[in-house]
Design a binder for this molecule. Structure first.
Ligand SMILES: Cc1cc2nc3c(=O)[nH]c(=O)nc-3n(C[C@H](O)[C@H](O)[C@H](O)COP(=O)(O)OP(=O)(O)OC[C@H]3O[C@@H](n4cnc5c(N)ncnc54)[C@H](O)[C@@H]3O)c2cc1C
Length: 388
């Protein structure tokens, strides 16, 4: 079997790339290979499914804005019954005295990109959100529009469904090897013993992307990092509550009639996760998260944790930012990796950008060259400061 393009990983990034390749008029053959067709362990389905404008660098803001525009015209793009339950509830990122200069600098970058974010002092925030305690808070940045949350599974299914009838071969298999001759990758081998010849190979393997790059003899500083999400019930329902990020890094947001929270993984000891480990770390909730929630939102003193899950970030250890585009030497191997906790909202944009690169020979809508692999080769960080 020979394919013009083989995409490794069929979750949101792989599916989006396949979708936009066809949208851009790519008529060659495409194989989308996925080893976990229920997506039980994909970052996509285990994520918090939120989208924001509050990044520190313009390039990330632009990627999210592309997706935001797509969300706002979802039915036009995918049909009248397309619905991902997008709720434009906003983000509220809080800072104490120490964090204020960074919050201000980020806010300036966001305003320059046309984002609808207000920077308010503690007093104004408490007036806006009566449930909030401003203890230790100097200011906060609140997204009045353009930020919120949605159903990740519904978004993935929308893309997967849209691929039907577009002559894409969905292959259920584990890619176990990549063949390479000199500076060209030539094919992939599968756990069922088959080999597929490939004109181009695209790495969309999420947290496993470092391993997949390694199969082609290429170094990619992306590893799985375990992240826990806890669900709790509270008597009070705050309909106006945005996704709140405390200066400690702990976040909380409404999810229907309950709340979800997380973000307390200690930096010290945060390393590559066991790829099989999806067991939530409950002590994090009890010992670290709950006390912070009860301080920030006093009504959350009395809450009832109900369940939890853990997923793996596709963590770029160099700079917590995506690596997008071809390897500079092995040019028919392309990366779409390392999103470090913001890949779901960037996936449509990245799909569009890579499709343009492949079909038209260059980026048109979104210039992703700053995310290129050369910085990895040079060890030059292109850092995103707002990693939640
Ligand atoms: C707890 C948590 C919360 C998050 N919250 C958000 C958020 O609020 N907003 C946001 O934008 N992002 C968030 N993210 C990040 C986001 O989920 C990821 O960046 C994004 O889903 C990456 O998509 P992907 O398709 O590259 O990876 P994945 O969804 O992990 O998909 C990769 C796929 O590749 C397959 N695969 C891997 N290796 C092979 C192989 N060798 N052969 C065949 N198939 C293979 C896997 O089975 C998998 O299905 C969160 C992540 C986690 C874990």
């Amino acid at each position: 079997m020979r394919y013009d393009i083989v995409i490794i990983g069929g979750a949101i990034v792989g599916s989006s790339i396949a979708y936009y390749l066809r949208e851009e008029g790519f008529s060659g053959s495409i194989a989308l290979i996925e080893r976990d067709p229920q997506f039980a362990h994909a970052a996509t389905t285990l994520s918090c499914a939120s989208i924001r404008q509050q990044f520190s660098i313009p390039e990330n803001i632009r990627l999210s804005q592309f997706t935001l525009k797509l969300f706002r015209r979802l039915k036009e793009e995918f049909g009248a019954d397309a619905d991902i339950g997008f709720r434009e509830g906003g983000y509220l990122i809080l800072a104490g005295e120490n964090g204020l200069p960074i919050l201000k600098a980020n806010h300036e970058a966001q305003m320059a990109e046309g984002a609808d974010i207000v920077l308010e002092d503690a007093e104004a925030l408490v007036r806006r959100f009566a449930w909030l305690s401003a203890e230790g808070i100097t200011a906060g940045a609140y997204g009045r529009t353009g930020e919120g949350w949605f159903d990740a599974h519904a978004m993935l299914m929308l893309f997967r469904k849209a691929l039907r009838g577009k002559k894409i071969d969905f292959i259920t298999a584990d890619v176990t090897g990549i063949e390479r001759q000199g500076d060209r990758v030539t094919g992939v081998s599968l756990d069922n013993g088959e080999t597929l010849q490939a004109g181009t190979v695209i790495n969309a393997a999420g947290p496993n992307a470092g391993n997949v790059a390694g199969m082609a003899g290429l170094a990619l500083p992306v590893e799985p990092r375990k992240r826990n999400v806890f669900v709790f019930e509270a008597r009070e329902k705050y309909a106006d509550m945005p996704l709140l990020v405390d200066p400690s890094g702990i976040y909380v947001r409404p999810e229907g009639s309950v709340y979800i929270t997380g973000g307390a993984e200690p930096e010290e000891g945060d390393g590559p996760a066991d790829p099989q480990d999806f067991e939530p770390d409950w002590p994090l909730f009890e010992e670290v998260i709950w006390p912070v929630l009860a301080t920030r939102i006093p009504a959350f003193e009395a809450i009832k944790p109900t369940r939890a899950w853990a997923g793996h970030y596709d963590y770029n250890t160099l700079d917590q930012n995506a690596v997008i585009g071809p390897h500079p030497r092995v040019t028919n191997f392309l990366f779409a990796n390392g999103f470090s906790g913001h890949g779901l909202q960037q996936a449509p944009a990245v799909g569009k950008a890579l499709a343009e690169l492949i079909v038209h020979g260059g980026y048109r809508t979104l210039d992703c060259s700053a995310f290129g692999y050369s910085r990895v080769a040079e060890g030059r960080a292109f850092r995103e400061l707002n990693v939640i």
